[in-house]
Design a protein around this ligand. Structure first.
Ligand code: ATP
Ligand code: FE
Length: 347
């Protein structure tokens, strides 16, 4: 099938056209960074309004770039949660309108399922596999056993790594988003110059914690400022390097455990954190040592996009599932079967 995907759960307005044989005919992503920049974070009301204003343009562009019209489509897939409710609603409303107007099936998709199923779109991998989602808002290990079969092995008990990178950047006077800025600084620093903790590494299981690292960075900064009368460039680079190394080490060790626990033949990453080269390298080393395949999808498909939503919709369609006009927008929607009713439950 040829499916239109729509994504508007955070601060990216996205639309894409994807086919059942894994071809991405188009993938349009319109970010809103400039709109939120002065507020130092995503403002839900601004995001919702921007999605409402731009979604139809994104859809038109996705159709045009794919060289298809609504009549060529077989279904409309849309993120129905989790995320900022105003944005999710804007997407769900548009999708319902398009489905009603064309008579096409409507498929609601869990945004996290979109991330988790991306390795099937990019590389056609088989179930089961281990997924480490490291984005701005999420950090968790999932065993992916089917299009709607996810088991959560553990995750952060406080901040997500992307969030921690952003906060550390703020503490050190670096620009947002913090990830790329901290990574660039880290390249010039010595990761061993400043001792930082490795939170929760001494505890069994796959849970992680990153907020303590942020506090440790604050302390290191204040000590350096008190000692040197200001934050020297070299010290700032060392703090970035030490912080990045600590995050990478925690993610790597927990990945090693998750692999041992599941015996999965492949580990994949998704989310903005997968852009970080130190994190990627650490995970790859763990996978190599465990003799399992490591997969990091191309960056535009690691971060928020609508191609993954179209693909997750295709997977649901293949199971014979679709939604009605009562499809609800859900601000919270855990993936794990044990945590909540599954995708499409009640259909
Ligand atoms: P979610 O998808 O969970 O709602 P999000 O859309 O904010 O969250 P992504 O778009 O996947 O998340 O990723 C953005 C996050 O990734 C930001 O917090 C950013 O700092 C982080 N990030 C981006 N590049 C890097 C990098 N090179 N190193 C570390 N972190 C990075
Ligand atoms: Fe996301």
């Amino acid at each position: 099938p040829t499916v239109l995907g729509i994504e508007s759960s955070c601060d990216d307005t996205a639309a894409a056209v994807v086919t059942g044989d894994r071809r991405i005919l188009s993938s349009v992503v319109a970010g809103q960074a400039a709109l939120h920049a002065e507020f130092g974070g995503v403002v839900p009301e601004i995001a919702a309004r921007a999605h409402a204003e731009r979604l139809d343009v994104a859809v038109e562009q996705a159709l045009a770039e794919a060289g298809v019209t609504l009549g060529d489509l077989d279904a409309i897939a849309v993120t129905a949660g989790p995320g900022l409710i105003g944005g999710v609603l804007a997407g769900v409303m548009l999708a319902k309108g398009l489905a009603a107007g064309t008579g096409l099936p409507l498929v609601g998709v869990n945004h996290l399922a979109g991330h988790a199923l991306t390795p099937r779109l990019t590389d056609g991998v088989d179930f089961p596999y281990l997924m480490l989602l490291v984005s701005g808002g999420h950090c968790q290990f999932l065993t992916v056993s089917g299009p709607e079969d996810f088991t959560r092995l553990g995750g952060t008990i406080d901040d997500a790594p992307g969030e921690a990178f952003d906060k550390v950047a703020k503490l050190l006077g670096l620009p947002q988003p913090g990830g790329p800025a901290v990574e660039a600084q880290a390249a010039a620093g010595d990761p061993r110059a400043i001792p930082l903790p490795r939170p929760l590494l001494d505890r069994p299981g796959c849970d992680m914690s990153f907020s303590g690292l942020k506090t440790a960075v604050l302390r290191a900064r204040d000590e350096a400022v008190a000692r040197d009368g200001g934050l020297r460039a070299g010290v700032r680079a060392d703090i970035c390097a030490a912080f990045q190394a600590a995050v990478a080490e925690v993610l790597a060790e927990k990945t090693r455990r998750a692999l041992a626990l599941t015996g999965a033949p492949l580990v994949a990453v998704a989310g903005g954190g997968a852009a970080n080269r130190a994190i990627r390298a650490a995970l790859e080393a763990v996978a190599d040592a465990a003799r399992v395949r490591f997969l990091a999808p191309p960056l535009p498909l690691c971060t928020d996009n609508a191609a993954m939503i179209a693909w997750a919709g295709i997977e649901r369609l293949a199971l014979g599932q679709r939604d009605g006009m009562d499809l609800a927008a859900r601000p919270r929607w855990p993936l794990d079967r044990s945590a909540a009713p599954m995708l499409g439950a009640g259909k």
